[in-house]
Design a protein around this ligand. Structure first.
Ligand code: NAI
Ligand code: MG
Length: 345
């Protein structure tokens, strides 16, 4: 039986992850344990990621993670983000972020005040290198300069490129686009570009191209249908994924997987959303879509599809939280999802 560590974290992590866990328990048979991490945990226990949580993570096959509130830079010196620590500790080198509006953009159109489903059908995946780049956290002060190191390795580029092509093969994706800034970052992104095309030679059936990161950011808004898989480095991938979520109704619909060779961590793309935390209106779909990705990961795609269909039906029936234009609370959305699953499971 697969062991899953659940870390709710802070803010809306504590509201959306319980919904995800209900669905996880309903559809699967897992050994589920709970661990502490985050700002609340720091205030209670003096650590953002206590040793017992790290031990639980080591014992687990899968981690389901909510979101964590980061302290301000002035508040805590030497702060290390728990999520980045976990990604590095277990070498979860591939971050997979599907951007999909379930093919219902044209039906729904505009949703809430700020968010809308794009009128086109949106379906692409961002694959982000997850352990290198500026996120290695090598920052230092040199006199009056603050310096951050950008580290890109040949091995890292090869591994993530291979992952992207294997993912394409497995998921019937036809094209991989590398987004980079090799015109300026000639050594670091130059290396990525070189390794990418070297790996691509082994995948003749998959179309490849590359594009500068800034024009990619524009094209995501203007011509999203031109993308199938966008492969990119750590920080660019972080930025592109929030941007891309605007095409599919916002962060409430963006899940992600952090995948390593023998462990995986699933988390919504969104953070702890302090502006709405405690109001009971956080959209649980991103967290629940993570559960769908967990089922895909263990080869139970039928259950992944059931979850995606449940969410699609809720959106079509306007059974959603306010961010997607509905007037339901998180708990009511949970009920709707469970009703659907009871009917079709
Ligand atoms: P955020 O993703 O928490 O929120 C951005 C905006 O989207 C807010 O207006 C929020 O209300 C809305 N939103 C996000 N998720 C939503 C949901 N499920 N339902 C409805 N609306 C939703 O980003 P923000 O505000 O920049 O960061 C808040 C905190 O979270 C910060 O401390 C940040 O460092 C942290 N963070 C943590 C992450 C993690 O633990 N993986 C990832 C991103 C941010
Ligand atoms: Mg982010």
């Amino acid at each position: 039986m697969k062991k899953i560590l659940v870390i709710e974290g802070d803010g809306i992590g504590k509201e959306v992850i319980p919904v995800a866990v209900k669905i996880l328990k309903k559809l699967g048979n897992f050994d589920i344990i709970f661990g502490d991490a985050g700002y609340e945990c720091y205030k209670k226990r003096g650590s953002f990621l206590p040793d017992d949580t790290i031990e639980y993570a080591k014992e687990s096959d899968i981690i389901l993670f909510g979101a964590i509130t980061s302290p301000k830079p002035s508040e805590i010196k030497n702060y290390k983000s728990p999520i980045i620590t976990l990604r590095k500790m277990f070498n979860l080198y591939a971050n997979v972020r599907p951007i999909n509006n379930f093919g219902i953009g044209e039906v729904i159109g505009r949703l809430g005040e700020n968010y809308f489903l794009h009128a086109k059908n949106i379906d692409f995946v961002i694959i982000r290198e997850n352990t290198e780049d500026l996120y290695v956290g090598r920052e230092r002060i040199d006199n009056n300069k603050a310096i951050a190191e950008r580290v890109i390795s040949k091995e890292g580029c090869r591994k993530i490129s291979k992952f992207a092509f294997e993912y394409a093969k497995k998921n019937n994706r036809k094209k991989v686009t590398l987004a980079h800034k090799a015109n300026i970052l000639r050594l670091t992104d130059g290396l990525f570009l070189e390794e990418f095309y070297r790996v691509a030679k082994d995948y003749k059936d998959i179309e490849v191209n590359d594009a500068l990161i800034d024009s990619t950011a524009l094209k995501i808004i203007l011509k999203p249908e031109e993308f199938d898989i966008i492969l990119t480095s750590n920080m660019f991938g972080d930025i592109l994924s929030d941007e891309s979520s605007s095409l599919i109704g916002g962060l409430g619909l963006a899940p992600s997987a952090n995948i390593g060779d023998d462990k995986a961590l699933f988390e919504p793309v969104h953070g702890s959303a302090p502006d709405i935390a405690g109001k009971g209106i956080a959209n649980p779909f991103a967290a629940v879509l993570c559960v769908g990705m967990i089922f895909d990961y263990i080869g139970e795609n039928d259950k992944g599809n059931l979850i995606r269909n449940a969410i699609k039906t809720c959106i079509l029936d306007k059974k959603t939280t306010p961010d997607l234009g509905g007037n339901l609370k998180t708990k009511d959305v949970e009920k709707e999802l469970l009703k659907y699953i009871d009917r079709y499971d």
